[in-house]
Design a protein around this ligand. Structure first.
Ligand code: GUN
Length: 293
């Protein structure tokens, strides 16, 4: 069994990016600039955004954090997005989700210029990815593709089972795994809450990507010997032995599943660190090789 070390891989990629940014600066070019909009004070979102700002520092990027209180109107948020769309000093920006309930997320995503949508959430970027055109790909699935590539996981002709059909992970993951590329060329099955025989389907999988948000869902009896298991789950579960009172738990029963696998990602330290890394890659592309320019 090989443990896929996302923390180490993310650190390697960030240092590769930092070296490239150093070269850009040495040529007198401006460093990439990522802006993040954070609405309200959700604990998880605060942590994610703080980690994104920290990753920008590690890569030598400029970052801006724009904060609003959660009584912000949709109109005011769209106004801010339009300002960022037009600001030539900003290469890419994200609006941290979830947003307060009175704001329509899809209206917000549609307001972002696809050329600056480094989250890859805009319908134009989703559409371009699905037909294999260059654009920005959602960070978590892009990070998983990097891990498969860097660990040399064979994907061609393999049966990949994706658990979960979210717009951010499950759907783009399935699209990328079936793409005519390497990694890619998988036969893909997507399972979700209305799939009756998930266990049976998982047992046929060469690759399982678990993105359901149900801690410990993938058990030992669902995994074929020699399979590759990628765990996207990051649910906070109570843990009295921690100062915080919680720990992160994945969608895979790691302790019992790991020994059956050829490759497996841990939680934490697997997919999680790669997600922010993909955002850094997208921001560098937005600055340097923007597919829309
Ligand atoms: N909330 C959870 N994941 C993400 C993400 O990748 N991007 C944004 N903008 N919000 C999120």
């Amino acid at each position: 069994m090989t443990l896929i070390d996302g923390k180490k891989t993310a650190a390697e990629i960030k240092s590769e990016i930092a070296a490239e940014v150093e070269e850009m600066k040495a040529r007198g070019e401006r460093a990439p600039h990522l802006a993040a909009i954070l609405v309200g004070h959700d604990g998880g979102s605060e942590t994610y955004v703080a980690n994104k700002v920290k990753a920008c520092e590690e890569c030598g990027f400029t970052s801006s954090l724009i904060r609003f209180e959660d009584d912000l109107t949709e109109e005011r948020l769209i106004e801010e997005i339009k300002r960022l769309n037009e600001d030539d000093s900003v290469d890419g920006f994200i609006v941290q989700l979830p947003l307060p309930r009175h704001i329509d997320e899809q209206n917000i995503i549609r307001a972002i210029d696809p050329a600056k949508d480094v989250d890859g959430f805009h319908p134009i970027n989703v559409g371009r990815m699905s037909i294999g055109l260059p654009g920005f790909v959602s960070a978590t699935p892009a990070g998983i593709m990097q891990l498969l590539k860097r660990y040399g996981v064979e994907t061609r002709g393999k049966h990949a089972v994706v658990l979960g059909r979210s717009n951010i992970v499950g759907k783009p993951m399935a699209t990328l795994l079936m793409q005519k590329s390497n990694p890619g060329n998988c036969t893909v099955t997507v399972c979700h809450s209305a799939t009756p025989n998930i266990k049976e389907i998982c047992r046929q999988a060469d690759i399982i990507v678990a993105a359901l948000g149900q801690p410990g869902f993938v058990t030992e009896d669902m995994v074929k010997p020699g399979a590759t298991v990628i765990d996207v789950g990051t649910t906070r579960v109570p843990d009295a032995s921690r100062k915080s009172g919680w720990r992160l738990r994945g969608d895979v029963d790691f302790d019992n599943v790991a020994e059956k696998c050829e490759f497996i990602t841990p939680v934490p330290g697997g997919v999680g660190p790669m997600t922010i890394c993909s955002l850094m890659i997208n921001t560098l592309i937005a600055r340097k090789d923007n597919p829309y320019k």
